[in-house]
Design a protein around this ligand. Structure first.
Ligand SMILES: C[S@@+](CC[C@H](N)C(=O)[O-])C[C@H]1O[C@@H](n2cnc3c(N)ncnc32)[C@H](O)[C@@H]1O
Length: 231
C-alpha cells in the first residue's frame, strides 16, 4: 500500500466543537494567498496569548509526533501545519484526548504561510516524511530553496531544523539545498544521520518501518549572529 492509499484510509471525523475551536484554524486559502496582512503572525503571542517558545511541524499529518511533543513539554507551544483538513481533525481529536493546551493546527501549505513567519521567532522546525510528489490542490513540494530561506529567517539564532525522510532522492536534494542556504549550518559532522527514534513515532514512520526503509535525517542550526569586527 502506498502513501495515497494510507491517507485515503483516514476518515474526515471532526473533533468536538470545543476542540475544533481551540485547536484548528481553517483559514481561507485564497485570502491567505492574496492578503496575508489580514492574518496574525505565527507567533506565541498571536496564537496562544503567551510568550512561550514556539516549535513548528510542517506536514504534521495526523499529529502523533507533534501531540507527543506537546504532552511532554507543556512549557513550549507547538504549531502543526498541513493542507489536509481530515488529518488535522484527527490530530485535534488526539489533542483533546490528551487535554493539550499548547497546540494549534493550521490548514495550509507551508508556502502560503511564509509571509506570516516572524524573523527569529521559532525554537525548532520539524519536517518528517514529506511527500515526495505533489499530490492534489494545495499540496506543493515542501523542501525547496524558498523553504530553506524562509525557515532560516524564521528560526531563532542557534535553533534547529530537523528533516527526516525515507526517500533517498528527495532527501539528497533537500540536503544539498539546505547546505547551500546561507545562515544554516549542519549540527553533525557526518554528511547525514541514519535512524530516528522518537518516543512516539508518527503514522508514516511506523508504516515505512514495516517495509524496513531506513529513516534518513539531517539537522541544521541557524548560525548565531556574529558580532561585527571592531564593534
Ligand atoms: C507523508 S505525510 C507525513 C505526515 C507526518 N509528518 C508523519 O510523519 O506521519 C506528508 C504530509 O505532508 C502534508 N503536506 C503536503 N504538502 C504540504 C505543504 N506544501 N505544506 C505542508 N504540508 C504538506 C501532507 O498533507 C501530509 O499530511
Amino acid at each position: 500500500m502506498g502513501r495515497r492509499a494510507l491517507s485515503r484510509k483516514i476518515k474526515r471525523v471532526p473533533p468536538s466543537p470545543e476542540a475544533e475551536a481551540l485547536y484548528v484554524r481553517l483559514w481561507i486559502q485564497e485570502e491567505l494567498h492574496f492578503h496575508p496582512e489580514r492574518f496574525p503572525k505565527l507567533t506565541s503571542p498571536e496564537l496562544f496569548g503567551d510568550t512561550r517558545p514556539l516549535e513548528l511541524e510542517v506536514g504534521c499529518g495526523t499529529g502523533e509526533y507533534l501531540c507527543a511533543l506537546a504532552a511532554a513539554r507543556p512549557d513550549v507551544n507547538f504549531l502543526g501545519i498541513d493542507p489536509v483538513t481530515k488529518v488535522l481533525y484527527f490530530a485535534a481529536r488526539r489533542a483533546e484526548e490528551l487535554g493539550l493546551k499548547n497546540l494549534r493546527l493550521l490548514r495550509s501549505p507551508i508556502q502560503v504561510l511564509f509571509p506570516l513567519l516572524a524573523p527569529d521567532s521559532l525554537s525548532a522546525v520539524y519536517v518528517h516524511f514529506p511527500d515526495p510528489f505533489v499530490r492534489s490542490r494545495g499540496q506543493h513540494k515542501v523542501l525547496n530553496a524558498l523553504f530553506f530561506e524562509a525557515i532560516q529567517r524564521a528560526l531563532a539564532p542557534g535553533k534547529v531544523l530537523n528533516v527526516v525522510s525515507d526517500k533517498a532522492e528527495l532527501f539528497e536534494e533537500a540536503l544539498r539545498l539546505a547546505l547551500r542556504q546561507a545562515g544554516l549550518e549542519r549540527t553533525h559532522t557526518e554528511r547525514h544521520l541514519v535512524g530516528f527514534e522518537p518516543e512516539v513515532k508518527s503514522r508514516y514512520q511506523l508504516k515505512w518501518e514495516r517495509y524496513e526503509l531506513p529513516a534518513l535525517r539531517f539537522e541544521m542550526r541557524k548560525v548565531p549572529l556574529l558580532s561585527k569586527v571592531g564593534s
